[in-house]
Design a binder for this molecule. Structure first.
Ligand code: ADP
Ligand code: UDP
Length: 237
């Protein structure tokens, strides 16, 4: 499949059209950003690590019955994906307290919730991704009631599948963000990526972080941490 024009350059990935109108090529760059893009840095090997990591996870999800946009790896930092019409609402699932929920509710990091928490955020950097709810999503036409129902069910199912996958590797899946879209046949499909850039992964015993908090909190060896998480789950790099 030939890469055509650059369609969209985000903070960490670039999307290209291909000669087939149903597919895009997504390139994972080495760019890393925090604070809605205010802080950016190049981290060597991050693009290829996240590309392989995300593909490995999406393949595992497919095997458990989740529809994803991933088709195949086309290079170390590029993946062929199904073209989706993205829903501008991010789904965040949390098992333990960390990040914004601690600031918002004044709770201690590491608290395990009685059941997983599901939150919705509008994808909008200028507004700093404000938290929204299903009523907003329907009122503004971001997603239909059926799409929201399916996004919720799939997010919680993905949490079960991946919590188990990471637990077997000695890692706790603390929280993560998902993006869904609708494919050319009208099917709700998991898009974007699942990598240490968009989840929190802690060593189950030591609580060492193997995710983007290494960058956000200036803990160092960011990509080494991502590679260690990949190695533990058996993802080839
Ligand atoms: P951001 O837009 O947050 O800066 P990225 O740098 O990760 O994000 O850019 C990737 C963009 O591509 C995101 O806006 C994401 O919603 C979009 N995207 C992900 N998967 C697909 C897909 N299969 N089809 C169309 N767009 C997609
Ligand atoms: N997340 C993300 N993109 C966003 C916002 C959040 O990938 O735009 C991920 C983040 O990495 C974490 C989870 O979603 O795994 C919850 O993030 P939180 O709301 O705690 O925000 P943060 O404090 O990380 O900014």
């Amino acid at each position: 499949m030939e890469k055509n024009t650059e369609l969209y350059r985000g903070k960490a990935k670039t999307v290209f059209t291909t000669d087939d109108p149903e597919y895009y090529i997504m390139r994972f760059r080495d760019d890393t950003s925090a604070l809605d893009g205010k802080i950016t840095r190049q981290l060597e090997r991050k693009g290829r690590t996240n590309n392989h990591f995300s593909f490995f996870i999406m393949r595992s999800l497919e095997r458990s019955g989740i529809s994803t946009h991933c088709v195949k790896l086309v290079s170390d930092d590029e993946c062929l994906v199904k073209k989706l019409k993205m829903i501008p609402v991010e789904c965040v699932v949390r098992n333990l307290a960390a990040g914004s929920i601690c600031r918002r509710l004044g709770i201690k990091e590491g608290l395990r919730f009685k059941k997983p928490v599901l939150e919705l955020f509008l994808k909008n950097d200028e507004l700093h991704d404000p938290m929204v709810n299903e009523s907003y999503a329907q009122a503004f036409g971001w997603a239909t009631s059926d799409e929201l129902e399916s996004m919720k069910t799939q997010s919680l199912r993905i949490n079960e599948i991946l919590s188990d996958l990471f637990a077997k590797a000695g890692l706790t899946l603390v929280d993560f963000k998902l993006e869904f879209g609708v494919d050319t046949r009208g099917n709700l499909t998991l898009g974007d990526e699942f990598s240490p850039d968009c989840c929190r992964l802690w060593d189950t015993k030591t609580m060492e972080r193997f995710d983007k908090d290494r960058f956000r909190q200036n803990l160092g060896h960011v990509v080494d941490g991502y590679e260690e998480a990949a190695r533990r789950i058996g993802c080839p790099l």
